[in-house]
Design a protein around this ligand. Structure first.
Ligand code: ADP
Length: 326
C-alpha cells in the first residue's frame, strides 16, 4: 500500500491506565499529522468506539501532555467487546468513520479486543502499555519504569521509618498475575525478601519469617519484605511475622498509587518511539501488527503471533535479591 493511501486513523487507550500513555498518544498524533494523516481520538477505550465518543486531534491537543500520568483520552473496561453485537458495532463505526487503522494503546486484554476486531476487517495496530510488564510479546511495556520508581520511592520512605523504630515493614506492590514490579521493587529498594505470583507455591510465609529471624540474628535491625498483590494476604503476613517473631510489623499497601504519577524519562522515550513506529507501520501498509521492544530494538510483530508468545520472569533476579540481602 502506498503511503498516500492512508488518510485517517483512530487512537484509543484501553484497560488499565499506565504512565506514558499520553506520550504515546502525542507521538501517534504528531507522527500522523506530520505525514498529513488525520487523527481521531477515541475516548474511554473501546466504549468510545462503540458509542461514537470521538474527537479530531490537532497538534495542540497533545501539547503539555507528555509529563502527565493517566491518559487524556481516558480509559475503561468495555464488556460489550465480549459480545458479537458489541464487536460488530465497533467494526461498523470504524467503517462509518472511514478509518484506515486503529491504534490501540493497552495491555493484553486490549490486544485480545484487537484480535476480535481484526476478524471484522478493522486494521489494528497495538502499542503495549501496562505497568505490570506482563505482555509476552515485548520485553518492555509503557508504564513499568514509572511504577517501579514510585514503588522504590515508597520503599525508601518506609525504610526510614522502619529503621528508626527497628520494625519490619511488609509492602504490597501491584501485580495480580505477574511479579515483575515486585521483584524489581525488591531489588532496587533493597528488600530482604519478595513474594510474587510465579513462585507463590515455593515462597511461603514460613520461609520469609525464618529469613527475618536469621537476618536479625546476624545484626539486621529492620526488615523490608515486598509482596505482589497477586500473592495476597499481606496484612496476615505482617500479623504472623509480629506474632511469631515479636518484631513490630506494619503492612503498607501501595495499590493504585503505583498507577499514577508523571512518567519517567524511560517511559516517555519508549512511548514516543512506539507511537512513532505504530504510525510508520500503518503508513507502510502493515496490517494487524503490534509494536514491541525486544533485544534492544523496536520491532513489529503479527498480532496473532504476538498473542501466542511466551515470556518468563528471570529467576536470577530473585536469586540475587537473596544474595544481596545478607
Ligand atoms: P488490559 O488491556 O490492561 O489488559 P483488560 O484486560 O481489562 O485490560 O482489557 C481491556 C478491554 O479489552 C476489555 O474491557 C475489553 O473491552 C477488551 N477485551 C479484553 N479481552 C477481550 C476479548 N477476549 N475479546 C474482545 N475484547 C476483549
Amino acid at each position: 500500500m502506498a503511503e498516500n493511501k492512508i488518510k485517517k486513523i483512530g487512537v484509543l487507550t484501553s484497560g488499565g491506565d499506565a504512565p506514558g500513555m499520553n506520550a504515546a498518544i502525542r507521538a501517534v498524533v504528531r507522527t500522523a499529522l506530520f505525514h498529513d494523516v488525520d487523527v481521531i481520538g477515541i475516548r474511554k477505550g473501546y466504549n468510545g468506539l462503540i458509542n461514537g465518543e470521538i474527537k479530531e486531534m490537532h497538534s495542540k491537543d497533545v501539547s503539555n501532555v507528555m509529563n502527565l500520568g493517566g491518559t487524556i483520552l481516558h480509559t475503561a473496561r468495555c464488556p460489550e467487546m465480549m459480545t458479537e453485537e458489541g464487536l460488530d458495532k465497533a467494526a461498523a463505526i470504524y467503517k462509518i468513520l472511514s478509518l484506515d487503522a486503529l491504534v490501540v494503546i493497552g495491555g493484553d486484554g486490549s490486544f485480545r479486543g484487537m484480535q476480535s476486531l481484526a476478524e471484522r476487517g478493522v486494521n489494528c495496530i497495538g502499542i503495549p502499555a501496562t505497568i505490570d510488564l506482563d505482555m509476552n510479546s515485548t520485553e518492555y511495556t509503557i508504564g513499568f519504569d514509572t511504577a517501579v520508581n514510585t514503588g522504590m520511592d515508597a520503599l525508601n520512605k518506609l525504610r526510614d521509618t522502619s529503621s528508626s523504630h527497628e520494625r519490619c515493614s511488609v509492602v504490597e506492590v501491584m501485580g495480580r498475575d505477574a511479579g515483575y514490579i515486585a521483584v524489581w521493587c525488591a531489588m532496587v529498594g533493597g528488600a530482604e525478601d519478595v513474594m510474587f505470583p510465579e513462585e507463590k507455591e515455593i515462597i511461603d510465609s514460613k520461609k520469609v519469617i525464618q529469613q527475618i529471624l536469621e537476618n536479625r540474628s546476624i545484626g539486621k535491625r529492620h526488615n523490608l519484605i515486598v509482596v505482589a498483590e497477586g500473592v495476597g494476604g499481606t496484612q496476615k503476613l505482617a500479623q504472623d511475622i509480629q506474632n511469631i517473631t515479636g518484631i513490630q510489623t506494619r503492612a503498607t499497601i501501595l495499590g493504585h498509587l503505583q498507577r499514577g504519577g508523571s512518567p519517567t524519562a524511560v517511559d516517555r522515550m519508549h512511548a514516543s518511539m512506539m507511537g512513532y513506529h505504530a504510525v510508520k507501520a500503518i503508513l507502510s501498509g502493515e496490517e494487524n501488527k503490534v509494536v514491541a521492544f525486544n533485544g534492544g530494538k523496536y520491532e513489529l510483530l503479527d498480532l496473532e503471533k504476538a498473542m501466542t508468545m511466551e515470556k518468563h520472569l528471570d529467576h536470577e533476579i530473585y536469586d540475587v535479591i537473596k544474595i544481596l540481602a545478607i
